[in-house]
Write a new protein. Structure first.
Lengths: 126, 126
DNA sequence: CAGCATCCTTCAAGATACTG
DNA sequence: CAGTATCTTGAAGGATGCTG
């Protein structure tokens, strides 16, 4: 199913059939967008990401980076130095994702208060 | 942290500090975007959504609708008829989300093959 | 019809300790 | 430094039966 095309049958299957959900399967988890955004600014090494992202464990950083690399959004380049050093960088594909993410970012900043208000109203009423 | 503003310190906290992650906390789950997209076309009643969204359980449909209503993205209007009937509809706020979602949708459709290719390459290499 | 109440399973994610 | 290897837990989600 497409968000854009409205000339479609009623039914929706998650993942198979909804393009937006495919994106969420790529970067909808807890850490991926944070990494993509940081790498959107500049190349980072592993330890830099680890320090920059508050609260992430070494394990989750490794797993998330591996998944992003598999999907072609980032590259991993190890340097044979001592001590070892591994750089992570957005691919061209990864960079194209920054635009849509910016749209979401703008939306969130614009409507943040509206959402909080709705929540307060709802929680009050019940 | 903002995706747009690059004049910011290094560190990122998830949820608190990243606007994109806030959106993902609203609609990043398995079913929310599907519902938002369907309601973007027209008002639906509960049973219509249940039939339209392949694989969703009554329980998850109820929970997801409730969360979306709490965040002010949709409205719930029960009709005192027999048999009972409840309509769900996007709010103005909910409608403003369709734009950013469309951006993601377009991105996914454009780069779907690229991602599949990257994945094949990666899985081959290992 | 539109749900709620329970029980159950699975998996994302965290904690901790170890290593090339 | 940049990871693995285990173990554990919490929350998301599913299955089923009941009800105003």
């Amino acid at each position: 199913m497409s968000v854009t095309n409205t000339n479609v049958p009623e039914a929706i299957k998650p993942t198979d059939d909804c393009a937006v959900r495919e994106v969420l399967d790529l970067v909808g988890d807890k850490w991926s967008v944070l990494i993509v955004v940081l790498l959107g600014r500049r190349t980072h090494r592993f330890s830099e990401l680890h320090r920059a992202i508050e609260g992430i464990s070494q394990r989750m950083l490794t797993l998330t980076l591996r998944a992003l690399a598999r999907d072609g959004l980032i590259t991993r380049t190890p340097h044979a130095t001592v001590p070892p050093r591994v750089d992570y960088e957005l691919t061209d594909l990864g960079r194209t994702l920054l635009g849509p993410l910016r749209a979401l970012d703008t939306w969130a900043n614009t409507h943040r208060e509206e959402i909080r208000a709705a929540r307060r109203r709802h929680d009050q009423a019940s």
